[in-house]
Design a binder for this molecule. Structure first.
Ligand code: HSE
Length: 311
């Protein structure tokens, strides 16, 4: 059996929607899993990686795609004895287009692709909620997993052990995602966040978040420069992002409706019409350059389909 999975990049938060909002983008990681793999003697290279991370991602059982697959096999092991699946029985090929550690959902895409491939192998026994819950177990937050699975613009809420989620109307916008040439692990970017925020910070974010969701739904994009402001995570993360505030201003001056950190950073996402992307991308690149940071930018449409599986 050969299973192919394609999972989109995602951008979480969009400013005030910390751990709540996510959008899927037309940039994909692809995974192909062959089972049972009866390849070469000794079976070297059970994991092959091309594209992003090919030099440094683990190609053994520490690889997070395999860990996600194993979690699926273990989940069902009590009822269906799926735990007989072993690493050496699979050929796993990854083609990564999503930059790693960049705030574009590469880890969610890797976890989700492994979960979906393994679920296919065991006969699709996990439903959508179970897939999300496994993914969130790995990620710790639902924003990227939900939008990568469903596509489009999603809102998700952790409610005790449950995850409530909604896929909303996908706004007719382009996303410019500017990705600097350094990584910022989410764990590091979360460590600097405060344990508590003040009432005025909370109100500020509630205001922006409601305005943002409404504006994206009814096309009031002129609201986005205000609606994408945030006071509960970006100001603290600014220490890792040279010129962050300047980049937001520059993007808006170059024609973006609004700009924010993409996920936990370091990439920046700017939302715009279908003409201004290149100008915004170049302007952001210039600011990074002033801070001696190399970067590349993507001009992306929103992905509306979410993760896809082929046999
Ligand atoms: N929402 C997360 C954060 C990142 O900002 O730390 C994406 O899951």
């Amino acid at each position: 059996m050969r299973v192919r999975v394609r999972v989109p990049a995602t951008s979480a938060n969009l400013g005030p929607g910390f751990d709540v909002l996510g959008v899927a983008l037309k940039l994909y990681n692809e995974l192909e899993v062959e089972y049972p793999y009866k390849g070469k003697k000794g079976k070297p290279n059970l994991i092959e990686i091309s594209g992003e991370g090919k030099e440094f991602l683990p190609k053994d059982e520490k690889n997070i795609v395999w860990k996600a697959m194993k979690a699926v096999f273990n989940t069902r092991s009590k009822k269906k004895r799926n735990s007989h699946y072993k690493f050496g029985q699979f050929k796993i090929k990854m083609k990564n287009n999503i930059p790693i550690g960049s705030g574009m959902g590469s880890s969610a895409a890797a976890h989700l692709s492994g979960i979906l491939a393994a679920n296919e192998i065991i006969g699709r026994k996990l439903n959508k909620d179970e897939i999300i819950s496994l993914g969130v177990g790995f990620e710790g937050h639902s924003d990227n997993i939900v939008s990568a699975l469903l596509g489009g613009f999603c809102i998700s809420v952790l409610n005790g052990g449950n995850i409530k989620y909604l896929k909303l109307k996908t706004p007719k916008l382009k996303a410019v995602v500017s990705s600097p040439d350094f990584q910022l692990p989410t764990e590091k970017s979360r460590k600097v966040l405060p344990k508590k925020v003040s009432l005025s910070q909370a109100v500020f974010n509630c205001e922006r978040l409601s305005l943002l969701v409404s504006a994206l739904q009814n096309g009031s994009f002129e609201m986005l420069s205000t609606a994408m402001e945030d006071k509960i995570h970006q100001p603290y993360r600014a220490r890792f992002i040279p010129g962050m505030k300047k980049i937001f201003e520059t993007a808006i001056n170059a024609g973006a409706y609004g700009a924010a950190l993409s996920g936990s950073g370091p990439s920046i996402i700017a939302l715009c019409d279908n003409k201004s992307g290149a100008k915004i991308g170049r302007s952001i690149e210039k600011v990074w350059k002033k801070y001696k940071v190399k970067s590349k930018y993507f001009i992306l449409d929103f992905d509306k389909e979410g993760a896809k599986i082929w046999r």
